[in-house]
Write a protein that binds this ligand. Sequence first.
Ligand code: LMR
Length: 346
Amino acid sequence: MSRTDGRLRPLSRRALCAAAALALLGGQTLLGGQALAQGPIVLKFSHVTAPDTPKGRGADKFKELAEKYTGGKVKVEVYPNSQLFKDKEEVEALQLGAVQMLAPSLAKFGPLGAKEFEVFDLPYILPDKAALRRVTEGPLGRRLFEKLETKGITGLAYWDNGFKIMSANKPLRLPADFRGLKMRIQSSKVLEAQFRALGAIPQVMAFSEVYQGMQTGVVDGSENTPSNMYTQKHHEVQKYATLSDHGYIGYAVITNKKFWDGLPPEVRGQLEKAMAEATAYANEVAGRDNADALEEMRKSGKITFLTLTDEEKAAWRKALEPVTAEMTKRVGKDVIEEFQREARTQ
Ligand code: LMR
């Protein structure tokens, strides 16, 4: 079953067939085991962004290092740009064992039943990247990964993207400018509450469909990082973007637990080393990728960027302030408090 917009619907035939075919092609059982594997262990890493993004670069770096450190015992196949699966389908494909690794945005774990991950979506919860690192590398980061184990998923690392900007076909300077706008969101209830607080109409949409949604007017705007906007060409179908830094996009790199636990211990150790180094690399390139993307979009002349005055910033914060209280029951009071404590600890 697949869940979008909080509703359950069957996994599309296309996705199911692709998942089953891939599982067989890999010489692996649908349970993700390697018992039938001949030759190198094939690890399929599926993701939704372009190769020249922080996540795309991290995945390619992991491939390079994993193949090197295992001496070719593991072959990593990276499938970018939703080539194999869209947002929700890819998590199901991972659970089925059709792919072995993903890095979904932290805003996409709610439909899986791990709603605590939506803490990362709370407006203004992260003052900066240093605070982020303290959380993802601290006890809460580990605790969130533990939540995934019962879903047949093992969390391996947190990868960075960056702070979000808000785009639309009209200038968004004050909360009142959002009134009535259809804004695309990832499948997070916190993001839904965020846009409702601004008077907009949130609409869950797969990442791969956003460009067309903007072009055809199905949605009026969205929020994303500069790197994601630029590589998906959103700046060609949006006239304005506000450098609001109101929230954050990052990833959890996850694997099929049965696959991971079934690996020869020596190989698993080599893959862990590859993952640790790919993580450092992905986190290092994220800042530069976003700065470059912003610059390229500016140079294109197709989109106008807006910065907010102190008064405007204060108005955004005031409008978004109730979201945390509203979402406390869903995300968990203890999770929010632990997040805030760890983010603050120097
Ligand atoms: C989105 O769906 O907007 C992004 O989170 C996609 C991604 O993986 O960066």
